[in-house]
Design a protein around this ligand. Sequence first.
Ligand code: 4AD
Ligand code: MG
Length: 441
Amino acid sequence: NTKPLTTIARIGEYEGQSVTLRGWLYNLRESGKLLFPIFRDGSGTIQGIVPKAAVPAEVFEAIKGLTQESSVIVTGKVRADKRAPGGYELDVEGIEVVQRVPEDAPFPISLKEHGTDFLMEHRHLWIRTPRQAAILRIRAEIIKAARDFFDDRGFVLTDPPILTPAACEGTSTLFPVEYFGDEAYLTQSGQLYIESTALALGKVYSFGPTFRAEKSKTRRHLTEFWMVEPEVAFCDLDGLMELAEQFLSFIVDRVLTRRAADLKVIQRDTAKLEAIKAPFPRVSYDDAVAMLNDAHAKGVLEHPFEYGNDFGSPDETFISSQFDRPVMVHRYPAAVKAFYMEPDPENSKYALCVDVLAPEGYGEIIGGSQRIASYDLLKQRIEEHHLPLDAFQWYLDLRRYGSVPHSGFGMGIERAVAWVCGLDHVRETIPFARTLNRIYP
Ligand code: 4AD
Ligand code: MG
């Protein structure tokens, strides 16, 4: 077989020519002397046409009755067809079946509806279906966009450790690991470490896995998730908010231009994404609380919001649903936020922090702040939070030697993917989700 090897995503470059594809049979429709196999190869799907009269008998016989997910090498001529979802069809000329899935032990994920538990139990196979594959390609694009955004703006990628001696985001969600007789923890965030690389290199970012022993079963929480975290020396909260809005607009634009076909496969309403353009609205915590109270007074929200609390998911959903683009809620009460946040010089009751809430009810996708620059205040906060001072001596060094105002944020990749793809649950945004009650497969 001398026909050029290509992929379904690039098949348009071969219109009118014969090509070779390597992949799997996704589906097969048979109507007498005509077979309509749908092939997938990881880059997309394409329908083949196999008329009995036009192909060698052994080709027709090999495809007739072929089982779902059998692996194949197919040759055929590429034909443009406006009705085809990808714009092309394949007039099949030859086929080699690499492995035929046995009839009596068929592929478990059939084309009918399955329950979520069943699908998650078979996640290693579920990811072959077109919708899941499209989501994973969009995830990869979002990661690439995030990396490109920072690389192109002079940020240096610095990788923080995964095994750490102390908490970053609170002791209640730490995963302990035995470390040669000592206790260590899986990292909750690379932040403390990239604060030190920011003071070494100016503008830095990290991208890596983070872990939280989240006891809550929600559509937004994983126990293992991937975070991209920029950290910038001499940057204040205003500078950080500008960075966040530029960053999110860039990512959404990238997905819209490069992953249009996948957005179509998952039937995403792209008009909603096209609205995501900087500047984003900025709302203080106090104003956000006033919005919630107002909604409660008008009977739109059932429960009153208690001033001083952190926002829960329903609160975030309501606040973010008031805007057509991400909203940046800043200056939360310091008492509900992490120990390292710089107090607002105008009123130390507030922290110089920001949560970016995605629209359409997605809620928080970014959390960040300006960091405490003063040695004395940082030490006091570590003590107030009952954190072990010893484990933080290196972190305090950053305030002993040339301390500067600096700021950073973290964006959870899975939350971003859920929003960009319009998904109900983060479990579909990562190849193998880790949650409170699932660690298989
Ligand atoms: O708001 P968080 O906890 O902030 C930090 O970890 C900071 N240290 C980041 C920084 O300033 N460098 O987490 C940041 C983001 C959240 O906005 C959310 O997108 C995501 O990480 N996230 C989770 N995603 C999935 N599952 C969870 N359990 C998550 N917890 C946080
Ligand atoms: Mg947060």
